[in-house]
Design a binder for this molecule. Structure first.
Ligand code: PLP
Length: 225
C-alpha cells in the first residue's frame, strides 16, 4: 500500500487544479478521511499525515476508531443513522452528514447536550436506492427543524451516482449547490447552511469545481479495502 503522505500529495495536487479552474482556495475545503475500510494504524497514519477530520459510516466503526484514537480530530458520522443509535454518537460527533427525517432530528434533539452540527442529506438523483430527501422536499424539511433547539443545519450533503458520466455527476453537484444557496438566502438562524458535503474518491475534483466545502475521501487517501 502506498503511504498516506504520498496519496495526500496527489490529492492536494488535484485539489489545487480544481481550485484554479474554479477560482477557489484550497483552505476553504476540508478533507474528511473516510476510514471505514482502514485499520486503526492506517487511520493514525492519516492523522500524522495531516488529516484532521475522520468520517465513519457505521456506529461500530465509529466507536472503535473514536475510542482507540481519542485525538484532537473532528469526528464525522456520514452514513445512514438509525434513531436507536443516536445516543451512542451524538455527544461525540463534530457533525452528522445524514440527517434525512424528522424522527431522526427528534432523537438527536433529545439526546444532545449541546447543538449538533448537521448536514441534511439530499437524494439529488432520485435513485430509489439512495437515502436523503428529494430536492423539492428539502426546504420545507429544514424549515421544520427550527423546532429542535439542539439541531444546527450547517449544510447539505449528497452522494453522486457511481458512474463515468461526469456530466450527470456535475449536474447533481450543481443542483445541490443551487439548493444550498436558496436555503442560505432564507437566513434562518437554525440553518445557516453555508457548507456542501459532496465529492468522494472518484469525483471530488468535480465537487470542488461546483462548490464543495467538505470532501469525503476513502479509497484514494487510505487505499482500497
Ligand atoms: C465510503 C464513503 C465515502 C468514501 O468513498 P470513497 O469512494 O472510498 O472515497 C464517502 N461518503 C460516504 C457516505 C461513504 O459511505
Amino acid at each position: 500500500m502506498t503511504s498516506v503522505v504520498h496519496n495526500l500529495e496527489a490529492i492536494h495536487n488535484k485539489m489545487r487544479h480544481a481550485c484554479e479552474r474554479s477560482g477557489r482556495q484550497l483552505n476553504d475545503i476540508t478533507i474528511i478521511g473516510v476510514t471505514k475500510y482502514a485499520t486503526i494504524e492506517r487511520t493514525e497514519e492519516a492523522i500524522n499525515a495531516g488529516i484532521s477530520h475522520i468520517g465513519e459510516n457505521r456506529l461500530e466503526g465509529f466507536l472503535k476508531k473514536y475510542e482507540a484514537i481519542q485525538s484532537q480530530v473532528g469526528w464525522h458520522f456520514i452514513g445512514t443513522l438509525q434513531s436507536r443509535k443516536v445516543r451512542d454518537i451524538v455527544n461525540k460527533v463534530t457533525a452528522i452528514h445524514s440527517l434525512d427525517r424528522l424522527s431522526l432530528a427528534q432523537e438527536i434533539n433529545k439526546r444532545a447536550e449541546e447543538p449538533v452540527e448537521c448536514f441534511v442529506q439530499v437524494n439529488v438523483s432520485g435513485e430509489a436506492s439512495k437515502h436523503g430527501l428529494a430536492v423539492g422536499e428539502t426546504e420545507e424539511f429544514i424549515q421544520k427543524l427550527s423546532a429542535f433547539e439542539h439541531i444546527k443545519v450547517i449544510g447539505l450533503m449528497t452522494m453522486a451516482p457511481y458512474t463515468d458520466h461526469t456530466d450527470d455527476i456535475r449536474r447533481q453537484f450543481r443542483a445541490l449547490a443551487d439548493l444550498k444557496r436558496t436555503i442560505e438566502a432564507k437566513q434562518w438562524s437554525h440553518a445557516p447552511c453555508h457548507n456542501l458535503s459532496m465529492g468522494m474518491s472518484n469525483d471530488y475534483d468535480i465537487a470542488i469545481e461546483e462548490g464543495a466545502t467538505h470532501i469525503r475521501l476513502g479509497t484514494c487517501l487510505l487505499g482500497p479495502s
